[in-house]
Design a protein around this ligand. Structure first.
Ligand code: ADP
Length: 569
């Protein structure tokens, strides 16, 4: 008795038999095997086809001698048309050769009609059904295997494309193409999530040739809502029926389907893959699994590229910094070298300048020892001059060294410029009167205070006035002050003009150099060190000021010093 029918359902059997008495016998026997079997009857191959087109069956019981077909040909025809339905042949003969030939033609089993009994019928039916079931299982696992092999192949292609490329866009393009081909999809889109104007932007697409491409402008609020919901639940959205707005956006047929899968990069949802499938595609869990794996691979590839990009940018930045530092070091080195040269020159100049008075002192001291009394006053004068010159030299060298080595900014204060100049002018009056030179001071009042160190500013005026007196034999020396405004603020101006020897054009570029003395001056008459203007120049620079000179030989010179005024606060 058949009680454990496969799948617990009725089994439909098609009996193809033209002999009514055989039909009856079999009907009778099946009835004895309880209700599990449902018998459909056809008396010819043609009517068998008709029945099968309306009603799928699980077993065909096939008589070999039929009005429209005969012998093995009947089996071949039926097997070719219904390859998955087991065929049990009903034969009048128990003939081994016939059995073999029937099996080759496609029969699963056979029953000899005149020996037929319910037990054999049950056994054969049962055996055929089980065999069919196993074959079905085998086919299912083959299909699954083929699908998995296909998926593996797809993943392999995407992974190798991703690892071969350093460009995000080309990885996304290849992914769309491969997915579209694998699924025979209508359309595959990759959209990236943004925070600014729109939620998503279309990044890559592949569509069937007869479909138009999707444009970014077609993404409206309703379309974005679908992506937002995927973003919020962080789960893929499977649409067996496309919502109208999504269908219009994709421009796809009414009954198409879609899956939207999130793209996650470093725990952050960066975008979505949208797979638009035709109606014929049967959605399965494996589709979602496959998309999850593809999404993971893309995320890995993008992570790699972005990491590489960041590393590259960092390496470039480091290289730039190293270059900058190297450059700065090279410049500092150059500066040190030129400073070193300047120092060496200064030291050799100092030694040279000191040697001169010392030699003179030694010489005149020796001369004095053996000099006649009437010559002595002259030698004493020379000795005094040389000592004064030496003292001046040492004093000025010390002044320069102090200017270079000490910080004076903390001594800066508002300086009453006119008052300070007045003091220096008064101190120089006797010398001017001695030389019968008119020394006048024309201050501009009111004058804002200068910003500086009073002693140093006094030194500027003293040195310039000393020079004016030194290099002027007759006429006038005028000291004046003034002010000027410019965009950086107020500036105080000092001018000292004389009607003296003037400066040769060839000397002008060098007069502020240390130890430089004019080429035409009479060194015996005008004692000097060549350091006066060097000191002035240094002080002016320390005060963020400027100095310039205009001069004509035999007509006189004008030195102009411009210093910043002290600000109100
Ligand atoms: P010194 O006066 O000791 O020679 P300075 O550095 O003060 O050194 O001046 C450098 C040179 O500039 C002088 O030797 C001189 O040739 C020229 N000089 C400076 N001031 C005047 C001036 N008022 N008139 C003419 N020549 C000047």
């Amino acid at each position: 008795m058949v009680t454990d029918v496969p799948n617990g359902r009725n089994v439909d059997i098609l009996l193809v038999e033209d002999n009514p008495s055989d039909v009856q016998r079999i009907e009778h026997m099946l009835a004895m095997l309880e209700d599990a079997y449902r018998l459909h009857i056809a008396s010819s191959v043609k009517s068998a086809h008709q029945t099968l087109s309306d009603q799928p069956v699980q077993i065909i019981l096939l008589d070999l001698t039929l009005p429209d077909s005969d012998g093995l040909q009947t089996i071949r025809t039926m097997h070719a048309t219904y390859p998955w339905v087991p065929i049990v042949v009903l034969t009048g003969l128990d003939n081994d050769q016939l059995v073999d030939e029937a099996a080759t033609a496609g029969a699963h089993d056979y029953l000899v009609k005149h020996d037929l009994n319910p037990v054999d019928l049950w056994r054969v039916l049962r055996y055929a059904l089980e065999r069919r079931l196993h074959e079905e299982q085998l086919r299912t696992s083959q299909r699954a295997y083929r699908r998995q092999a296909g998926e593996l192949h797809l993943l392999n292609r995407i992974i190798s494309a991703a690892s071969a490329s350093k460009d995000e866009q080309s990885i996304l393009d290849v992914t769309c193409l491969e997915l579209a081909q694998f699924y025979s999809a209508l359309r595959v889109l990759i959209l990236m999530r943004h925070h600014q104007d729109s939620f998503v932007t279309l990044q890559a697409e592949h569509h069937q040739p007869d479909m138009p491409p999707v444009r970014h402008s077609q993404i409206n609020q309703e379309v974005e809502d679908h992506f937002s919901s995927v973003y919020l639940i962080q789960q893929p959205l499977v649409c067996p029926h496309l919502p109208t707005n999504l269908r219009l956006f994709l421009n796809s047929p009414e009954n198409s389907k879609a899956i939207i899968h999130p793209l996650i990069l470093e725990k952050e949802n960066i975008g979505f893959i949208l797979l638009n499938l035709p109606h014929s595609h049967e959605l399965a869990v494996s589709d979602v699994h496959l998309l999850a794996m593809v999404a993971e691979e893309i995320a890995l590839a993008l992570t790699k590229i972005r990491l590489h990009g960041r590393l590259q940018a960092y390496a470039n930045e480091l290289e730039d910094r190293v270059q900058e530092r190297t450059q700065a070091l090279a410049e500092a080195n150059e500066q040190l070298k030129s400073l070193d040269k300047l120092k060496s020159k200064f030291v050799s100049d100092v030694s040279h300048e000191l040697r001169n008075p010392i030699t003179n002192l030694t010489l005149y001291l020796e001369l004095l020892e053996f000099a006649k009394p009437e010559k002595r006053p002259k030698y004493f004068t020379i000795l005094r001059n040389q000592i004064r010159r030496l003292a001046n030299l040492v004093e000025e060298i010390l002044t320069l060294s102090r200017l270079e080595n000490e910080s004076h900014q903390n001594l800066f204060q508002p300086v009453d410029f006119n008052y300070l100049i007045q003091q220096v002018v008064v101190a120089h009056k006797p010398r001017a009167q001695n030389k019968q030179i008119k020394l006048q001071f024309t201050p501009t009042t009111p004058l804002p205070p200068a910003w500086g160190e009073p002693n140093q500013i006094t030194q500027i005026v003293t040195n310039l006035l000393d020079n004016a007196l030194n290099y002027t034999t007759e006429g006038t020396i005028t000291v004046a002050t003034d002010r000027q405004e410019d965009e950086s603020g107020t500036e105080i101006i000092l001018t000292i003009s004389d009607s003296g020897t003037g400066i040769q054009e060839g000397d002008l570029p060098y007069i502020f150099d240390r130890f430089y003395r004019g080429s035409q001056i009479n060194r015996d008459e005008i004692m000097g060190t060549g350091l006066g203007l060097g000191i002035v120049n240094e002080i002016v620079a320390l005060h963020n000021g400027r100095i310039n000179v205009s001069s004509k030989p035999n007509q006189g010179s004008t030195f102009t010093v411009i210093l910043p005024a002290a600000t109100q606060e």
